[in-house]
Design a binder for this molecule. Sequence first.
Ligand SMILES: Cc1ncc(COP(=O)(O)O)c(C=O)c1O
Length: 351
Amino acid sequence: MNFVDYNLVCNICKKKYNSNYNSQICTSCDGILEVVYPKGASFPEKMKTLWDFESNMPRSHYIHYELGNTKVINYDKNTFLKLEFYNPTKSFKDRGSVIEIAKALEYRYGEIVCASTGNMAYSLAYYAKLANLKVRVFISKNANKDKIRYIKEVHDATITKVDGDFTLAQSEALKYSYKNGAFLTGDYCYRKEGQRSVAYEIAYQINNVERIISPIGNATLFSALYKAFVELKNANKIKNIPKMIGIEAQKCAPIARSFNKKTLTYVKPNTDADAIAVGMPTYGMEAIEAIKNSNGDILTVSESELYSEQNNFYKKYGIIVELGGIASLAGYKKIITKDKNTVILLTGGNV
Ligand SMILES: Cc1ncc(COP(=O)(O)O)c(C=O)c1O
């Protein structure tokens, strides 16, 4: 029994599945599935822990780890920073990983496989180890060396380096899952659902948020945030959906480049912000829709803006935030209207 009734629908061919279906990929067309809640989302009066949102999470296993409830601090007058690097593996990824691991256990898999730019695999491998699952990771040979070492040495994952970028790693992971019967995890529907909790927490922590600024890589986080704000609005928990502002690295900006086109154009990633070096974002079109529907914007930041913001933040707070995680703050500096109630997501701190 799941905590909440849900169905799955393919975002390409619209084929429907019930919650017993044990994959995140459509059998007919390899499209990715979306979780749909026929009865909508429900929210508590007050939030004490992340698990107060359990009723909105599509899972049956009740495994509680210490994560989420990350701090929000005041940055300037009406601007706040949501500090996602305080999660156990130092990024927001933990919120999605626990849902994916719960599903792997529910469907009785012994192994999970994922493609990653680093943080996702680090997070998945951490929780998979706690759950006694084997982990296979496909990662670009150009990914951050320290992250690769950690995933392998500390969290016992088996790593396959691919001679290409994240997009190639994704297709290798898919092939591996079919061939070896491993549960395909990563930037798919269950992770997206888990990551909605960032928006839920923000809505309970800050009143009347008018603007959200978030880095974009594969756009799973961004589309999760938007989905959650729509749910919160439908449940009358917030008055308005905040303007969704996405930040990409100038040297890898497929969404900014494709913003007014019908399809996404692949961009070869060439940025030091490894966490957001994704040339063909899986949830790219959804991110564009979220930006348009919320009257938001997409901005890009240069490598020097990223490094200089990383340095400014370190000088002010004594904490090093990775380039992909600080992109949102670097983007905020380019916004002229500073008078809106704004929450900036600092998404990760693995350096
Ligand atoms: C620290 C950090 N920030 C932002 C992102 C981008 O998130 P998404 O790929 O969901 O857009 C990632 C993804 O790996 C990340 O690790």
